[in-house]
Each structure stands twice: as C-alpha cells, then as structure tokens.
Design a binder for this molecule. Structure first.
Ligand code: GLY
Length: 406
C-alpha cells in the first residue's frame, strides 16, 4: 500500500461516523473478530472509516482462552527490549482504554489493578528470577525483590517452600472474555458491520487487495483489507505468498477453577513462576474465577485439551499454591497464540497494496490491544505507521519474488 494514495483516500472518506449507503464500498474490511480485529475496527470506525469485520463468532479467538495478564514486566525476555516499549505503551493506556469501553458500551471489561508476584520454588528458580530482575532493572522497570517470608506475607496461601520472588505492582489483568464482548458492542455502537461468516479468500484486482469472499457466498469489497485473524492470518487463500504474515500457532492449554464464594479469595494478585522450565500462572478474578495457564506447545493447529497438559498445569500450580487442587475445575480449553519469528506483532501495510496486517501478537495479544487499535487507526487514516510502531512493520519479514500462494 502506498502511503500517499491511501492517505489521501482515507482523508477524503473520513467522516465523524461513517454509515453504509447503497453502492458505497467500505473503507476497511477486517478479517478476524478477536480482540485485535475488533479494536482495529472500533478505532477505525471512530475515525469515520466505514468498516466491516468478518468473523463467524466476533469476540472469540485466542482471547477467549487467555488469562488476560497485562504482564509487560514479568513477561520480559532477553532480546525483546524493542517489544517491551510497545508492551509498556499499551499497559500505560489500559486504564483509560477500559474506562472508554465502559463508557461507550455500559459493559465493564474487567480491568483489575491487582499486581503480580513472580516466585521461585528452589535455588535454580531463584537464580533465574534474579537474572530477570537484573534485566528489568537495566530496562528501568519497577520490580522489588522479596524474601520467601515476605512473599507469603503478601499471599498467605503460597507454598511454604517458596524461596523468594519479585513483586511487580504494575502488571495487572483484564478479563479477555468481557473485553471481547465489550469490543463487539463498541463496534456495533460505532457503526461497524459485523459480517458473521468465515473469510475464504482474498480478492485482488491486478496487484491490489480488494476485499474477501466469505463462506456464505458474499464478496466484500473494501479499500483496505486487514489480516487480523491471529495465526489463521497465515493461511488465507489468495494472499500472495510474499505478503502472507509469517505467523504460526503456538498452543496454550488453560484451566479455569472456582474459588469459594464464602471464603477469602485464594490469591489477591497474579502469582506466576517457571516450574521445571515451564511458565505457570494463576490469575484470580474478582468474580471468584481462578485462571491457571498455560502450556506452550508447537502442535500446529491442534487444540485438543490433553490429560498431560491439565496434569502438568495442576501439578505446577499445586507446587506454588497447594490449595488449588481443592477447587472445582470448571473449564479446560486450548487456544492458539499467533507467534511471529521474533515474537513481536506485525502491524501495518504489507508488501501488497491495500493489504495490512494486525497479527503475530503471540503472548501479548490482550496486553497489546489498546496500542494496536491506536496504531492501526493511525495507519488506516494516514497511510503511515506511527513512530512507536515502526519496528513492527510486517515489511521486516519481506522476502523475495511475488507469487500467488494458492
Ligand atoms: N501471556 C501468557 C501466555 O501467553 O501464556
């Protein structure tokens, strides 16, 4: 997509609330109605772009499975410092974003400023956590080292063997299911058309993307098409191979348990650790739900919940908080994180005119929802990526010769 042509088109088409009129081709079709697709559509519609979302079940997607940790600090990894700046930008917008959604829809998306405690069970864990703490401090982040005793003072239900931990008061949570529902309503209120069908194929006119064909027989034309279908963005038929987002599914199994209504909650904040090399986290909701996640498995498109996955999550969670095994297990589910080669999202124009991406958010889809909406609305209305998103252009993965995928 060339910046100048899309920029002038967007400006001329923008109006306070775009409405569908017969014969008017929508400005934007967003393929995928998970939180990333919905926030893109909502923000685009707020800027006057006539927008359609294509998804059989808007509000679903990977976020339906996710625990909703907003863990910019405790999920920091070596080599991901560039991503950190985007994660922090999004975390910093969350309170206002959640308030705006509530205001726009009357639905509370469940933003909770609970903080996080990352704990170590043994000397090896403690060494790992000390390294993470050093990296956090080098990056200017706020995290406090606590003794095991101080960890238990904060969270009395922690296992007696906990050897220390990191208190991160800035890593909060949101309820991704409520977030998805609120975004559906926000889109509806903003005039977004929700086309409840599956996108089958991208349509092209010469070298330009012109929309999609859906499995209910519709052909949806639009000025710009946004691939926002998580890992499925990598397999939409008709996308020229050189513009297909290089995202792959990484399976995560997640459990939901119910904390007793008549007793104090088991935990007051998110508790997490790396147990035998596997991350495990326990996210307590105000409504009494306790979300335990998550496996990380390279299993292609498989979303089977396995006995082994459930066993390992419960075993590891039990080592941190023994009381979890007393709780009713209310749900088990697996979802697919859209992982990119550098674990960072792809935001903005692809190599094909009229085709943009908003995918590849991997472990940070829920966290990155507010900033993704802002970035995508900016690029859809101006044709240009804002400064904060320049490192995340899909063009960083451009390869060789154009060729049609299928
Ligand atoms: N961000 C948590 C996960 O991907 O499991």
């Amino acid at each position: 997509m060339s910046s100048s042509s899309s920029s002038s088109r967007a400006r001329s088409e923008a109006s306070p609330r775009a409405t569908a009129t017969p014969g008017r081709i929508p400005d934007v079709v967003v393929v995928g109605g998970g939180v990333i697709g919905l926030v893109t559509a909502w923000r685009a519609a707020q800027r006057g772009l006539l927008t359609t979302v294509v998804d059989p079940e808007p509000g679903g997607g990977a976020a339906r499975v996710a625990a909703g940790m907003l863990a910019a600090v405790t999920e920091l990894h070596y080599g991901e410092e560039t991503l950190l700046s985007l994660n922090l930008a999004s975390a910093g917008r969350y309170a206002a974003f959640a308030a705006e959604l509530l205001d726009a829809t009357g639905q509370d998306p469940g933003y909770r400023r609970c903080g996080t405690l990352a704990v170590a069970r043994d000397a090896d864990d403690r060494a790992l956590l000390r390294d993470l703490h050093a990296l956090q401090l080098r990056c200017g982040l706020s995290a406090e080292w606590l003794s095991g005793r101080d960890c238990r003072r904060l969270e009395p239900m922690l296992a007696p063997g906990v050897r220390g931990g990191l208190r991160v008061d800035g890593d909060h949570q949101i309820d991704p299911r409520r977030l998805g529902r609120a975004l559906v309503t926000a889109c509806e209120h903003a005039g977004v058309t929700l086309h409840r069908a599956r996108a089958l194929r991208l349509t092209m006119d010469a070298d330009r993307a012109t929309g999609v064909v859906t499995d209910d027989g519709a052909t949806l034309r639009a000025g710009r098409t946004v691939l926002a279908g998580g890992s499925a963005s990598a397999r939409l038929t008709g996308v020229p191979r050189h513009a297909l987002p290089p995202v792959r599914p990484v399976k995560g199994q997640v459990l939901r348990l119910a904390m007793p209504a008549d007793a104090p909650p088991l935990l007051s904040r998110t508790v997490r650790a790396v147990v035998r090399g596997n991350p495990v986290y326990l996210v307590p909701r105000e409504n009494g739900e306790l979300v335990v996640g998550a496996t990380s498995e390279e299993m292609g498109w498989d979303t089977t919940v396995t006995a082994g996955g459930v066993y390992e999550l419960l075993r590891d969670a039990h080592e941190l908080v023994p009381g979890v095994t007393e709780l009713p297990l209310t749900e088990t589910l697996a979802g697919l994180r859209p992982a990119s080669p550098d674990n960072a999202p792809l935001l903005g124009p692809t190599a094909v005119e009229g085709l943009l991406a908003a995918t590849g958010h991997h472990r940070n889809g829920v966290l990155l929802t507010p900033v993704t909406g802002d970035v995508m609305a900016h690029v859809l209305t101006t044709g240009l990526l804002p400064q904060e998103a320049l490192p995340f252009t899909p063009r960083r993965f451009d390869t060789a010769t154009p060729e049609t995928s299928r």
